[in-house]
Structures are given as C-alpha cells and as structure tokens.
Design a protein around this ligand. Sequence first.
Ligand code: AMP
Ligand code: ZN
Length: 113
Amino acid sequence: MDCLFCKIINREIPASIIHETDNILVFDDINPQAPIHKLIIPKEHISTLNDINEGHKILLGEMLLTASELAKKLGVSEPGYRTIFNCNKDAGQIVFHVHMHFLAGRTFNWPPG
Ligand code: AMP
Ligand code: ZN
C-alpha cells in the first residue's frame, strides 16, 4: 500500500520514533508547528476518522492515553498541550493514515485558523 505512515511503521522510510507498542507508533513530525510536535498513529491503516468503527475503541483509547502519558514524560501536562485529528480536505488532512497531532511548548490560539 502506498501510504507514507505505513512505510514509517514498516521501517521503509526513516522517522524519529520515540515510542512504540503492538498497536501504535509515536514519532516527531517532520515539519513541526511547535517546539514539541509528535504524531501518534495506529499501526493499523485507517485512512480517516470517517473510517473508524466500534472495533477501534480500544485503539483510540490507547492513542489518547499515550498523549496524556507523553505530556507527563515531556513535562508539559501543566502548561498544556494540544491534540488534533484533521479529517479530510476542510481540516487540511494531507496524510491519509489516521494520526493524532500532539503539540506543546508554546501557547496556541483559539479558535484555530
Ligand atoms: P495532516 O495535515 O493532519 O494530514 O498532517 C500530516 C503531518 O504529517 C504533517 O504535520 C506533516 O508535517 C507530517 N509528515 C509528513 N511527512 C512526514 C514524515 N516523513 N515524517 C514525519 N512527519 C511527516
Ligand atoms: Zn497507512
């Protein structure tokens, strides 16, 4: 399958991987939008949030738990951080393998652009 993030999972292209379990992978975003910008992805190829189902509940829970634990490990739980899933064109999704952006290290605007 011609999917960039599946290639990172399969070690066909390099990435700065910081955490891995049987179900998920966490690595640095190549074009960081904050001092800390990680991507938390499922190892299962799921194109967009529109493609998730009941069977993905535990997987999605693990992704959120990972974000919370990552925040503790990086010391940003208190100042705060932002998690984002972009879905399809209007949200600016460019990689069609579900991923959670984890951003921290600066203040973020609300509402987002
Ligand atoms: P999105 O717009 O939500 O689809 O975000 C895709 C993200 O993947 C962007 O923030 C990109 O900078 C990031 N990205 C693209 N290629 C790579 C790569 N090879 N390694 C790490 N991050 C990447
Ligand atoms: Zn994929």
